[in-house]
Design a protein around this ligand. Sequence first.
Ligand SMILES: Nc1ncnc2c1ncn2[C@@H]1O[C@H](COP(=O)(O)OP(=O)(O)OP(=O)(O)O)[C@@H](O)[C@H]1O
Ligand SMILES: [Mg+2]
Length: 302
Amino acid sequence: MITIADVTKRFGPVLALDRVSLTIDKGERVAFVGSNGSGKTTLLRALLGLIRVDGKVTIMGSDVALEPETALRTVAYIPQIAPPIEAPVAEVVRACAALRDKPEQAIWERAERLGLTQDRCRDKRFRDLSGGMKQKLLAAFALAAETPILVCDEPTANLDTAARAAFFEELATRPPSSIVVLCSHRVEEVRAIVERVVELGEGRLVRDAPTQELLRELATFRVEVTLRDGADDTALLARGFERTGLGRVVIQVSQERKLELVTLLLREHERSIVDLSVLPVEDLAMSHPSQRPVPHLKVVGS
Ligand SMILES: Nc1ncnc2c1ncn2[C@@H]1O[C@H](COP(=O)(O)OP(=O)(O)OP(=O)(O)O)[C@@H](O)[C@H]1O
Ligand SMILES: [Mg+2]
């Protein structure tokens, strides 16, 4: 169990965390979401005892600031930014295996399941790996440690589609009692991994809800329209669309406005439209109503 009690963190004038409190129980999978700079990584770092904070964080009853070794024995971490390690990958793998008292093979097996083979990387310097290769290796270290708690910061941001799916599968094989805490911007990641979402805004906890509730509410769609040559887009711009190129306009709308908009487009602009696509927005922060970059659709007559 993890408890975060009244945690505040300032970086000079920036209040990165403002009296955040929450509890994560055995078996829970939780995502921290929110826009860039909202405090997600800082909260993870506070949880891991990597920064000094006001307030208190305990893991399985041990205070991370006072007894970090005991508190963190049960935790593995996949950082957002890989450390610039000079040593060759094979040496890093050896050191990590020794640290966790696991065979090196356990790490290589995990890496290979994520699509990173030994022969492609073992002799390279860790810092020279590509972003995705580093992320696969860091994930392999954390997964192979088989700790009851896994903490990850944007764990699939650099992964290709196959590796992302493999990572989700690896997480699914963890014991049901284990805890997963992650920071994410990706709807797909949150949907696949967690049941609870904690949303931060300017360092404050602004929401703590089941994933389904949040996804339902945040579901946002991008409606892209391609117009016939010479067609007038003034009426669409007046409804809140933005031009993205010659003859192309786009708007971002909520789930309930999507149908209303498409109906209206087909009714009133059918003759000027060549193509119409409706795509789900796969970015959690972008889709929050308070951070939408485009104004709400103005329906004619309303
Ligand atoms: N070491 C630091 N020194 C100074 N300011 C910092 C430091 N770390 C974070 N901050 C500031 O604290 C705020 C929260 O940053 P944080 O990295 O926690 O955001 P985040 O939610 O993880 O964002 P992102 O989605 O971009 O990863 C930001 O204003 C950031 O500039
Ligand atoms: Mg971050």
